[in-house]
Design a protein around this ligand. Structure first.
Ligand SMILES: Cc1ncc(COP(=O)(O)O)c(C=O)c1O
Length: 324
């Protein structure tokens, strides 16, 4: 991170290396490029020695992000680590593997995708990027509808529980959407669907429900939310949709609670995100966002790039991306 941290303020300007070879017996500057080069072995040792001061990920019980994978996975990761994922023409098999994952996850979440149809979704760095993209799609859809109706479209809001993960606050601030949070109450630490639907108004771009609240893991009642919101939509003529933030629960619920109805089986659920690196059991950072149908992702958000010959549609925040 380039933002100044207390580490920089507290630290000595010089980096002393007790164990590295004679090439670095004299200290090297900590924050500036050294005047002279050093052999790669010495640079490796210095950095490696410093990294030993990090915690051991296998002992990090504060994280629910995966810290161990089978050695075969590490082999596959290392085989692909030098590919830039965005070069889809150059790496068509990687692209195909991503598309297969999108389709598998869409089917797992009961998206209405026929056997000869392709699901709509994209691989991301994690759930945060997935949520930015899903939120943008909701905002743009809402704006387009309001414009077509000749109504104002400058005050979008999103309704969530106060227990949302920080990425929703980021989305709201970065993309200028008011975050309307349902307050939690003593003994009830997730979004109450009744209160959420009461807070919905004509400027609400979506209600976001969490399947696996970050602090407790508790699932919010998406089925009840869908019921109440359907009723409100009928009464008001709005069509406020639902997003499910299934960052943690998306790879638990389909296997452990297959009868729990929380996903695209509910008509108002238009998009779902899930983190691969949580209960998808892979290393950080992989996430996914899946849309219910093509109509739920406004075409103007998709960029068509053609660097190496064929049309490649993309909808991501970044261009280049590490590929494993
Ligand atoms: C409910 C929820 N949403 C979103 C996120 C952000 O996920 P990621 O770390 O994959 O960006 C988290 C992470 O803890 C989460 O728990």
């Amino acid at each position: 991170m380039v933002i100044t941290t207390t580490i920089a303020a507290d630290s000595n300007e010089l980096l002393h290396s007790t164990f590295a070879s004679r090439y670095v017996r004299t200290p090297v500057p900590r924050f500036k490029m050294p005047e002279r080069s050093m052999p790669k072995e010495a640079a490796y040792q210095m950095i490696n020695d410093e990294l030993m001061l990090d915690g051991n990920p296998r002992l990090n019980l504060a994280s629910f992000v995966t810290t161990w994978m089978e050695p075969e996975c590490t082999d596959l990761i290392m085989t692909s680590i030098n590919k830039n994922y965005v070069d889809m023409d150059e790496y068509p098999v990687t692209t195909e593997l991503q598309n297969r994952c999108v389709n598998m996850i869409a089917h797992l979440f009961h998206a209405p995708v026929g056997d000869d149809e392709t699901a709509i979704g994209v691989g991301t760095v994690g759930s945060s990027e997935a949520i930015m993209l899903a939120g943008l799609a909701f905002k743009r859809k809402w704006q387009n509808k309001r414009k077509a109706e000749g109504k104002t479209y400058d005050k979008p809001n999103i309704v969530t529980g106060a227990n949302v993960q920080v990425c929703w606050e980021k989305f709201a601030r970065y993309f200028e959407v008011e975050l309307k949070e349902v307050k939690l109450t003593e003994g009830y630490y997730v979004m109450d669907p009744v209160k959420a639907v009461e807070m919905v108004d004509e400027n609400t771009i979506c209600v976001a429900a969490i399947l696996g609240s970050t602090l407790t893991g508790e699932f919010e009642d998406v089925k009840l939310l869908n019921e109440l919101l359907t009723k409100k939509n009928e009464e008001t003529g709005w069509d406020t949709p639902i997003h499910v933030d299934a960052a943690s629960g998306g790879f638990i619920a389909p296997f452990v609670y297959p009868d729990l109805v929380w996903d695209f089986r509910l008509p108002l659920v238009k998009s779902i995100n899930v983190s691969g690196h949580k209960y998808g059991l892979v290393y950080a950072g992989v996430g996914w966002v899946i849309w219910r149908t093509e109509e739920d992702l406004p075409e103007e958000l998709i960029f068509h790039i053609n660097y190496l010959g064929s049309d490649q549609p993309t909808f991501t925040l970044n261009f280049s991306k590490g590929n494993w």
